[in-house]
Design a protein around this ligand. Structure first.
Ligand code: HEM
Length: 193
C-alpha cells in the first residue's frame, strides 16, 4: 500500500482513505462510548436509562465490527514509513502501545457483550440484529468478574489512547516530524507539495 497515490513522490507517505476513515470514525465512537458508559451507570432507573444503555451497546458492537475491518486492513497492508530518526525506545513504545490498543479494541466490546449476556440481557444491534449470547446467564459471575473486567479494560484503553495522543502531539510540536501527516486527511503541509 499505502502511501497516498495523489501526493507528490517527495511528500511524506500517508495512510489510504479507508484506513484514515476507520481511524477517525473509531476514535470518535470510542471516546463517545467511554463518556456515555461513565454517564449512564450513574443514572436512576428509567426508560431513558435503558435507551442510553442500548445506544451504548449498539455503538460498542459497531466498534467491534469496525475494529475487525481495521484489523483485516492492517493485516493486508503495510503502514506508511515512520519518520526517520526514531530511537529504538520510540519504536518499541510505538509497537507495544499499538498492539495493546488493538487488543483492547476487541477486549472492551467483547467484555461488555459478555456482561450483557451473563446478566440475561441479550443485545439486538440497533434493535434489528439479535446477537448470540456467548456466555450463560450468571448474575454473580457477571457482577464479580465481567463488569469490573469491562470497566478496567475501558479505563486502560482510555489511558492508552491518551498516551497515543500525547505521543503524536510530541512528534508534531517538539520533534516536528511528519508522523501526524500520515493520518491527517486534510491538505498537505506546504513543504510536502
Ligand atoms: C469500545 C467500546 C466500549 C467502551 C469504550 C465502553 C466503555 C464503558 C464504560 C467506561 C462503562 C462504565 C463502566 C463503569 O463505570 O462501571 C461501560 C459500562 C457498560 N458497558 Fe460498555 N463500553 C464499550 C462497549 C460495550 C459493549 C459492546 C457492550 C454490550 C454489548 C457494553 C455494555 C456495557 C454495559 C451493560 C455497561 C454497564 C455496566 C454497569 O451497569 O455497571 N459496552 N462501558
Amino acid at each position: 500500500m499505502s502511501a497516498d497515490a495523489s501526493s507528490s513522490p517527495l511528500a511524506a507517505p500517508r495512510f489510504d482513505p479507508l484506513a484514515m476513515a476507520l481511524h477517525w470514525l473509531l476514535a470518535a465512537l470510542i471516546v463517545g462510548s467511554f463518556g456515555v458508559g461513565l454517564y449512564m451507570t450513574g443514572l436512576p432507573f428509567s426508560p431513558q436509562r435503558l435507551k442510553i444503555y442500548s445506544w451504548h451497546k449498539w455503538a460498542g458492537v459497531t466498534i467491534l465490527a469496525l475494529s475487525a475491518l481495521r484489523l483485516l486492513w492492517r493485516l493486508g497492508h503495510r503502514p506508511p514509513a515512520l519518520p526517520p530518526g526514531m530511537s529504538a525506545l520510540q519504536l518499541a513504545s510505538y509497537r507495544i502501545s499499538h498492539t495493546l490498543m488493538y487488543l483492547l479494541f476487541f477486549a472492551v466490546p467483547l467484555s461488555g457483550w459478555a456482561y450483557s449476556s451473563a446478566m440475561g440481557m441479550p443485545v439486538a444491534w440497533f434493535g434489528v440484529l439479535p446477537l448470540p449470547d456467548f456466555v450463560p446467564v450468571d448474575h454473580a459471575f457477571a457482577e464479580a468478574v465481567l463488569q469490573p473486567l469491562h470497566r478496567n479494560c475501558a479505563f486502560v484503553l482510555a489511558g492508552a489512547a491518551l498516551l497515543h495522543v500525547a505521543a503524536v502531539l510530541k512528534h508534531h510540536w517538539i520533534d516536528r516530524d511528519d508522523l501526524l501527516q500520515r493520518m491527517w486527511p486534510g491538505p498537505r503541509k506546504e513543504s510536502d507539495q
